[in-house]
Design a protein around this ligand. Structure first.
Ligand SMILES: Nc1ncnc2c1ncn2[C@@H]1O[C@H](COP(=O)(O)OP(=O)(O)OP(=O)(O)O)[C@@H](O)[C@H]1O
Ligand SMILES: [Mg+2]
Length: 370
């Protein structure tokens, strides 16, 4: 039986394991043993941390896996591509693993390629106030190398900046933070898959967050509300940014704000699918393209099959922060069960959400046919 490795086993990775099984693969999932749903779902679960790339490669080699993939984890990107390179399957260059998972290196690469960027600076401790003289307040402070909205602060004065930097740096694997100017405009993301340097843009997603100061994601809609006339220029902006990061193969998730000129201002790009059910569900539902299958195609070294597999519908995911949100899910279950695609809820809507990982659940609804 053909074998495929999936890096990660939590509920956001599980759909990829399920998809690989449906495509006829024996699935090998790798993650710390934590009782996650993917541990039982995979045909074989290997309790190895997703960062242990050489140990994972040794198992992949011994098992004879044909390809390696993941969904929305920056941490997994390094391991996925390490295994792909060992297998001799075309994937992104090593430099992309670094610049697509480090917000400072990413800004440097984007700026060097002429992509419009806010002013930015890397710090491990508060800089002197004079060093910030040419930056426009308010400023964003965030760890250089984390995701899931951990340690994000928007600050309006120097004392708040000095307080935020140690907190952001403490979240960073390298104890470093990036300070950058605030980009304005509504937020979106762009979901694509690349093969041999050609970028296929599948969807634009409207993003909702809690806003300043911490910007935790509260929901996503596909399609977005971006006027059709603006889309070609936005696609061009995204493709230029993907090229700046040397993305050539596999999924990518570009987060941006729509500037007053109708152009995309990049917040950050993941050289992987969007998490939060974007890669696993929303793209498929809103375009009919089986995004996970396309990513598996590329992981096996093949051009992705982008033919729609179902009629597209508007699709939305919403996250549970509070008891009100949990009650909204109950109402949907009771009053409009046909609109509910999938949901997950930990049963403890006690607030206390400090980042994406501490949200209490989510639901996906299907809207009108597109
Ligand atoms: N320079 C900026 N200007 C305006 N908003 C920003 C900026 N940087 C970050 N944000 C806001 O903070 C959010 C999180 O930032 P970023 O995506 O860089 O961090 P993250 O931890 O990788 O988040 P996630 O994993 O949730 O995408 C962004 O989606 C955006 O709302
Ligand atoms: Mg982000």
């Amino acid at each position: 039986m053909r074998k495929l490795a999936v890096i990660g086993a939590n509920e956001f990775q599980a759909p990829l394991i399920q998809k690989a099984k449906e495509m006829g693969f024996e699935t090998h999932a790798f993650a710390w043993a934590a009782g996650d749903v993917g541990e039982k779902l995979a045909d074989r679960f290997h309790p190895i941390s997703i960062t242990e790339k050489e140990a994972i490669w040794q198992v992949c080699k011994a098992e004879g896996v044909e390809g390696c993939c993941s969904i929305g984890s920056d941490l997994a990107v390094h391991t996925v591509n390490y295994v792909q390179r060992k297998l001799g399957i075309p994937c992104n260059p090593e430099i992309t693993d670094t610049i697509a998972t480090d917000k400072y290196e990413m800004r440097r690469a984007l700026a060097a390629a002429g992509v419009a960027c806010p002013r930015f600076m890397k710090v491990s401790a508060p800089p002197a106030e004079e060093e910030l003289a040419n930056m426009t307040w308010p400023l964003i402070v965030k760890p250089t190398d984390r995701s899931g909205s951990r340690g994000i602060f928007q600050v309006s004065d120097y004392p708040s900046l000095c307080a935020a930097i140690p907190q952001a740096a403490a979240q960073s694997f390298h104890r470093e933070a990036i300070i950058e100017e605030v980009l304005t405009g509504p937020e979106y993301s762009c979901e694509s898959v690349s093969f041999a340097g050609e970028h296929h843009i599948l969807a634009l997603t409207k993003k909702y967050t809690t806003g300043a100061p911490h910007f935790i994601e509260t929901g996503h809609d596909e399609p977005s509300d971006i006027p059709a006339a603006l889309i070609p220029a936005i696609h061009a902006d995204i493709k230029k940014a993907l090229d700046a990061l040397s993305v050539r193969y596999g999924a990518s998730h570009a987060e941006f704000r729509l500037g007053p000129d109708g152009r995309a201002r990049i917040i950050e790009i993941g050289a992987r699918m969007g998490g939060d059910c974007i890669g696993s569900d929303l793209v498929y539902l809103s375009t009919g393209v089986d995004y996970m299958a396309a990513v598996i195609d590329v992981a096996l070294g093949h051009a992705p099959d982008l033919a729609p597999k179902r009629a597209p519908h508007a699709a939305a995911v919403r996250f549970i922060f509070t008891r009100d949100d949990a009650e909204k899910l109950e109402r949907i279950k009771r009053d409009a069960p046909e609109a509910l695609w999938r949901c997950s809820y930990d049963g403890h809507p006690d607030g206390g959400v400090t980042d994406s990982a501490s949200r209490h659940g989510w639901w996906i609804t299907l809207g009108e046919r597109l």
